[in-house]
Design a protein around this ligand. Structure first.
Ligand code: FES
Length: 159
């Protein structure tokens, strides 16, 4: 999905999604998910359209976007690396894994490298607890992260 979409294009596609889902019970979250699926993130330009469609203030919509870390306010990098931070992975050293990735990539969680190559995000259980600590790279799960795998992944996403 291109990042250079015109505001009017974003507004009209957002309006279509709002129209389609506003009848749902608790429509805001499904609408935001739909928008993130459409654009890869929730663009600023979409917020007033959602607010108008649901009779909410922009601040309310913005508050929800920033509260749920699933939603990105900016486009993601070419790769998305999610590191599991839930209990089983915690007990197998996911903190150290995260620290190592942050150091190798020079970014923290919810950040994208300046060259746009990778976005780092936490995730809470990938269903791969038996192989913890685990991660997901561009939708593929990876288990038993050790120093070697971490370095390989970091090199791959930066190349
Ligand atoms: S806790 Fe990490 S995969 Fe389940």
């Amino acid at each position: 999905m291109t990042m250079q979409l015109a505001s009017t294009e974003i507004a009209s596609r957002t309006a279509a999604i709002v129209q389609e889902m506003k009848g749902l019970e608790g429509p805001l979250l499904p609408i935001l998910h739909g928008i993130q699926e459409e654009f890869g993130h929730v663009p600023q330009e979409a917020l007033p359209v959602i607010a108008d469609g649901l009779n909410l203030s922009r601040a309310e919509v913005y508050g929800v976007v920033t509260f749920y870390h699933d939603f990105r306010a900016r486009p993601a990098g070419r790769h998305v690396l999610k590191l599991c931070q839930a209990e089983a992975c915690q007990s197998m050293g996911s903190d150290a894994v995260a620290a190592k990735f942050k150091q190798l990539l020079g970014i923290g969680f919810h950040e994208t490298t300046r060259d746009g190559s990778v976005t780092l995000e936490p995730v809470y259980c990938l269903g791969l607890c038996a192989c913890s600590p685990s991660a997901m790279l561009d939708g593929e799960v990876i288990g038993r992260l050790d120093d070697e795998k971490i370095e390989e992944i970091a090199a791959e996403v930066r190349s």
